[in-house]
Design a protein around this ligand. Structure first.
Ligand code: 5GP
Ligand code: ZN
Length: 115
């Protein structure tokens, strides 16, 4: 269910635009608005979950399957040298948007990304 004032719920509904690279009935994959590195994408479940503590395990499993496919596609397209897959829960852990999401961050030899 959509949560009031959730920026990712608004992106999913189309109320806020996003650069969407893939979408199906359950997930939307978008470019991060402030990419940590070239090709940084976010995978969003269309249903609102705050974090890892309330997402159902079936959806979490499907999301990880999609993450593997997206990671392989990005590797082919970008020819990156590595990739970080990251998912933050709670302010202290760096979560800033409280709609569950997974980061896929391509890495390149000599880049300066810090996690
Ligand atoms: P978190 O810190 O919660 O793990 O990650 C939130 C991510 O969402 C950040 O990397 C941030 O750049 C991204 N983000 C925040 N607002 C927007 C937005 O309006 N559009 C897009 N595409 N990404 C956003
Ligand atoms: Zn939401």
């Amino acid at each position: 269910m959509k949560k009031q004032d959730c920026i990712f719920c608004k992106i999913i509904s189309g109320e806020i635009p996003s650069a969407t690279i893939y979408e199906n009935s359950k997930f939307k994959v978008i470019m991060d608005i402030a990419p940590a590195n070239k090709g940084h994408v976010l995978i969003l479940p269309k249903e609102h979950f705050d974090n890892i503590y309330d997402i159902d395990t079936a959806t979490a499993g499907q999301l990880f399957e999609l993450a593997a496919l997206v990671a392989r596609a990005l590797k082919t397209v970008l020819d990156c040298d590595g990739m970080n897959i990251l998912q933050n829960n709670g302010t202290v852990a760096g979560q800033t948007v409280f709609h569950f999401h997974m980061h896929i961050i391509p890495r390149y030899e000599g880049d300066t990304v810090s996690m």
